[in-house]
Write a protein that binds this ligand. Structure first.
Ligand code: ZN
Ligand code: ZN
Length: 339
């Protein structure tokens, strides 16, 4: 079978590998659609500290069951379309013992700490499968990236009473926007690109602010009667936006960080105390976030076609990864269609 591999930073190839053999609790999956994650781009650029090379990328998956192991429950059948929870949980670390398996200390995400799904076939344990008869394979592959935003919204305890501001309207930020809108919050999208703000409004934002135009502080104050948003979610990963979240959030507010800052960030720490802030990290997602996103996509209101910027066959996957690296602002979500 064919597989895309990132050999080393800046280099990909299509290789021939043996088809994997499922164990008794596994299913063999025929890969149909795989999305590229920002973490795959970081791997390609040599900026992902969690990755060793060579690495097969891909953890945003829509697949069809090809065969099932002897111990797999009857509800999973050959020919069924599924999506895959791409994380592992050790069951023993402090996070797992608190039921917060999404941030397991020893998590291995497909395509990051272990080889991913950008291959014609791959094997997954049956307890990592989810399905919906209403979703297309394209939508199934879009579930995981949106769950990351839904989890951030859960971490921020967003309610319909809140105004939520999101820094960054890439694929992850759009998931935050949709998740906050589902909870009935008023959503303010912030980006430096007007076309991304337009897409953010289709995903559920009621207002878009281009932070290059005018004072962000004044606009946020005006929109919130001088209080600031109750919740700010950072999905950019820059020092400036990390700081701005703490400065602009309301008193008694909640700040949620999803992005990884590339360098240490310096803070005016008085805001932590003065505003009595909840400063929260958000990593990966829980199974309940997956169910919530499946529900959103089943509803049909999410603008799937607008979010997927490009869809290419496996043989062109390396080329488009290179194009994404050259012009990251030009793409929101790239998917690979394996047929
Ligand atoms: Zn991802
Ligand atoms: Zn663990």
């Amino acid at each position: 079978m064919k597989s895309l591999v990132i050999d080393r930073p800046g280099s990909t190839s299509i290789i021939e590998k043996d088809r994997p053999i499922p164990g008794p609790n596994d299913v063999l999956l025929r890969t149909r659609v795989v999305g590229f994650c920002g973490s795959d781009l970081s791997t390609y650029r040599g900026l992902n500290p969690l990755v060793n090379y060579p690495r097969v990328p891909g953890h945003e998956i829509g697949a069809t069951i090809e065969s099932v192991g002897t111990e797999v429950p009857d509800k999973w059948k050959c020919g069924q379309d599924v999506l895959v929870l791409p994380y592992t949980a050790c069951g023993r670390c402090a996070a797992c013992r608190q039921g917060r398996v999404n941030c397991c200390q020893h998590n291995e995400t497909l395509g990051v700490q272990r080889d991913g799904a950008m291959a014609e076939y791959f094997v997954a344990p049956h307890d990592k499968l989810l399905t919906s008869s209403k979703l297309s394979l394209t939508e199934m592959a879009l579930v995981e990236p949106l769950t990351v935003g839904f989890h951030a919204v859960a971490r921020g305890r967003v309610t319909s009473e809140d105004t939520v501001a999101i820094f960054g309207c890439g694929a992850i930020g759009l998931g935050v926007i949709a998740g906050a809108a589902v909870r009935g919050a008023r959503v303010i999208a912030i980006d430096v690109d007007d076309s991304k703000l337009e897409l953010a409004c289709k995903c559920g934002a009621s207002i878009g602010i281009n932070s290059l135009q005018g004072s962000l502080h004044e606009q946020l104050q005006e929109l919130t009667e001088g209080r600031g948003p109750e919740v700010i979610v950072e999905a950019v990963g820059l020092g400036q936006t990390f700081r701005s979240a703490v400065e602009e959030v309301s008193f008694a507010g909640r700040v949620v960080y999803i992005g990884y800052a590339k360098a240490p960030v310096e803070y005016e720490t008085k805001f932590f105390v003065m505003k009595e802030l909840d400063i929260l990290g958000s990593r990966n997602a829980m199974e309940e976030d997956f169910q919530a996103v499946i529900g959103l996509l089943e509803g049909g209101s999410f603008p799937v076609e607008n979010v997927i910027t490009a869809c290419v066959p496996l043989l062109e996957a390396g080329t488009i990864l290179h194009q994404w690296s050259e012009a990251p602002a030009g793409f929101t979500k790239i998917q690979v269609d394996l047929g």
